[in-house]
Design a binder for this molecule. Structure first.
Ligand SMILES: [Zn+2]
Length: 292
């Protein structure tokens, strides 16, 4: 069958790199073709028609022409630019984290509509969220892992298959799930998982985000949940996710400055305005970091 020379698809730009003086090479994430590499010609020239519709963290409807090596973006129309997300340093960083995981787990040429919708939902919830986005990221990670075949086993011991009770349990990234007290204490690479964290993980694994967001998670529990999932993802990918470190630095910056009374994220208009200023200062550098 003759291949179509021109096709239309929804897409989110995962990353972009400069090509020559005026062009960019884009890595797109699409629902039916997975990851696609494409060229946006002339996009770095002022007044380019493609402009903002090929920026990362933008949901667009694109028309592409088949190329010999890379496809060429001929038209792009913004469906949702997620402006609220882009105006907040923390949220935009969470958005780039979602893109980095999509880039790591999505496959070129392989349809994944569920993953596409999951990523869009994460961006939409980040736009609406007032509480920091931790639950959005954890919910995204758990559901992403299930979609790509790495759903962590949270109901039976992955060592001996015994059911998990309320005693001390462990999580093993290497074995992809829980270890009972007996197996866990013999496995040096596993970590203790609190009962609170286990209950939240089990609930989030089977919930929609609106349901997951009803669970109240304090700072200590949020940190435990972040660490256990992040260790698991690091083990699967066999490398660090670079935006994890950036998110931790941002959080530490906010906490340190809140303690000193300098910066209190999202608690007064003055500090939110400070946050916006900081965002404007850092966002171009941030984009560069992720577009490299
Ligand atoms: Zn066991």
């Amino acid at each position: 069958m003759r291949q179509l020379r021109v096709y239309q698809t929804q897409a989110v730009v995962i990353k972009q790199t400069g090509l020559g003086e005026a062009d960019k090479i884009l890595t797109l994430f699409t629902p039916d073709l997975g990851k696609v590499k494409a060229v946006a010609k002339g996009v770095r020239r002022p007044g380019s028609k493609l402009g903002g519709a090929v920026e990362p963290l933008t949901h667009s409807l694109m028309t592409l022409a088949k190329g010999r090596n890379l496809d060429i973006v001929t038209q792009s129309q913004i469906i949702d630019g997620f402006a609220t997300l882009k105006s907040d340093l923390w949220k935009v960083s969470c958005g780039f984290y979602v893109l980095e995981l999509v880039d790591a787990f999505a496959v070129e040429g392989s349809a994944n509509r569920d993953m596409f919708e999951l990523a869009l939902d994460a961006f939409r919830y980040l736009c609406q969220d007032e509480d920091g986005g931790d639950t959005i990221l954890r919910h995204f990670e758990l559901h992403l892992l299930s979609m790509v075949g790495y759903c962590p086993q949270l109901h039976r011991c992955v060592g001996c298959s015994s059911s998990i009770g309320s005693q001390r349990n462990f999580f093993s990234a290497e074995q992809g799930g829980l270890l009972c007290s007996c197996c866990g204490s013999r496995d040096g690479s596993s970590h203790i998982l609190s009962l609170r964290a286990l209950k939240v993980l089990r609930l989030w694994q089977k919930s929609s985000y609106p349901e997951a967001s009803r669970v109240k998670v304090d700072g200590k529990l949020a940190e435990e949940l972040q660490q256990v999932i992040s260790q698991y993802i690091r083990y699967i990918l066999q490398r660090e996710v670079k935006s994890t470190k950036w998110l931790q630095e941002l959080k530490k910056f906010a906490v340190d400055n809140t303690r000193r009374g300098v910066y209190n994220a999202r608690q007064s208009s003055k500090t939110v305005s400070d946050e916006r200023k900081l965002c404007r200062l850092i966002t171009p550098g941030l984009s560069k970091k992720f577009n490299a």
